[in-house]
Write a protein that binds this ligand. Structure first.
Ligand code: CTP
Length: 400
């Protein structure tokens, strides 16, 4: 059981943190809520106390004999501030300590996660940008806000990620070594899902990829401090915290988004199942049964991985995926080795398709091959576990 401090600053997203608190306690964590005085105007102390089963105060002068401003921070395994307002980020960046939460932030020696929520203008203001940069430099994970509906009718960047996505970041942070932000300062691009190619206005050619492995790669990179762009082809999964999602449909759209975003990336991971062929033309009108079985003529799509490898900057690590069944000529692993050589990428994550089908399942097993001939076996486990192994291997290539 981990001891978590849930700091809550004064923003309307405080109501979502009630759900986060419930999820944290239900997953067995011991949670102490430390709101600011303004947060208590959005959600009262009674709600936090009832959901956490612990007393709640924003004030430094309550229970002074127990020295809570020192003890709460010292005893924590992780402090998460959700929502973190522009004001709270500014105070934390400057080391101000005028209430219980800001004192806790100064006394904590555990990982600290800040989940900002504010209007787009406040997030983009140079003062906030400087404060965020300062906090990140000090090893605090400041989660990139999501895009979407803000208070009132406006929308833009500044939304707090959904509680389930914040919970995932917290659990990954708790499970990592103390210097867990080892991808900080790196920009990574991940593709996920399966492309769809139109046959007529209602039909498409697609594949079974759920996008789960790509989403796990994106979530795990964000939890380790990376700036993450996720190009997602037809995925129906919640957006991971701290990740910018670019939705695409076809192989052509995926290629354009991945290649343009890859230019500034330190690593690109092609977890998407990209169509190798598409109908050479999509019928303008719905094909009718009465017209007889249609003939669909296919043409090849471009190989995105090959284009990435051909145009990559020196420092960039390129990772491919392959799902193989093996055939009468070679085993699935041999086919993986051949594919790595053919594709020219740095790492290739090879899944055996069969009994433990990789598509759509929660778990995955794989062998990660590198171009030097090393093989890392990842036994059956959560897709997040495989994702962390992939980032470990990517990271070791950067430091080579
Ligand atoms: N890939 C790609 N562009 C394509 C097809 C695949 O970038 N048009 C990428 C996938 O994202 C994956 C890797 O290439 O990372 C391997 O995909 P796979 O379909 O296994 O490769 P193919 O070259 O199509 O191999 P084969 O059909 O011979 O198994």
């Amino acid at each position: 059981m981990s001891r978590i401090v849930l700091g809550v600053a004064g923003g309307i997203a405080a109501y979502k943190s009630c759900d986060l608190l419930r999820r944290l306690t239900e997953t067995g964590h011991d949670v102490r809520v430390v709101p600011t005085a303004t947060a208590l105007q959005f959600v009262g102390a009674a709600t936090w106390a009832a959901l956490s089963g612990k007393p709640v105060s924003a004030d430094l002068m309550d229970d002074v004999h127990e020295v809570p401003h020192v003890r709460i921070g010292q005893e924590a395994d992780l402090v998460v501030v959700a929502p973190a307002t522009a004001n709270l980020l500014a105070k934390a960046a400057h080391g101000l300590a005028d209430d219980l939460l800001t004192n806790v932030l100064l006394t904590a020696r555990c990982p600290i996660v800040m989940v900002p929520a504010m209007h787009t203008e406040m997030w983009e203001h140079p003062a906030t940008a400087d404060n965020v940069a300062t906090l990140r430099r000090r090893g605090i994970l400041v989660v990139e806000p999501a895009e979407g509906r803000l208070t009132g009718t406006d929308s833009g960047k500044g939304r707090m990620p959904e509680p389930a996505a914040i919970l995932s970041i917290i659990e990954q942070t708790l499970g990592r070594p103390a210097d867990g932000l080892d991808l900080a300062g790196k920009h990574v691009v991940v593709s996920a899902g399966g492309t769809r190619e139109s046959i007529d206005p209602v039909r498409f050619m697609g594949n079974r990829s759920s996008g789960r492995q790509g989403y796990a790669l994106a979530s795990s990179a964000a939890a380790r401090g990376a700036h993450v762009t996720l190009v997602a082809a037809n995925v129906e999964l919640p957006t991971p915290a701290g990740v910018t999602v670019i939705p695409v449909v076809t192989a052509e759209e995926l290629k354009n988004e991945v290649l343009s975003r890859a230019r500034a990336a330190d690593a690109v991971v092609m977890a998407a199942a990209v169509a190798d062929f598409r109908p050479s033309a999509s019928a303008e009108h719905k094909l009718k049964k009465g017209e007889g079985a249609p003939t669909v003529v296919l043409e090849p799509t471009d190989d995105v991985l090959a284009a990435l490898v051909a145009g990559r900057p020196d420092h960039q690590v390129v990772v491919g995926f392959a799902a193989e069944t093996g055939d009468e000529r070679a085993t699935w692993l041999e086919l993986g080795r051949e594919k790595l050589a053919r594709k020219g990428c740095d790492l290739l994550v090879v899944n055996q398709v069969g009994e433990a089908m990789a598509f759509g399942t929660e778990d995955n097993a794989a062998v990660v091959l590198d171009r030097e001939g090393n093989e890392t076996v990842v036994s059956t486990g959560p897709k997040l576990a495989l994702a962390h192994v992939v980032w470990d291997l990517v990271r070791s290539r950067w430091s080579d």
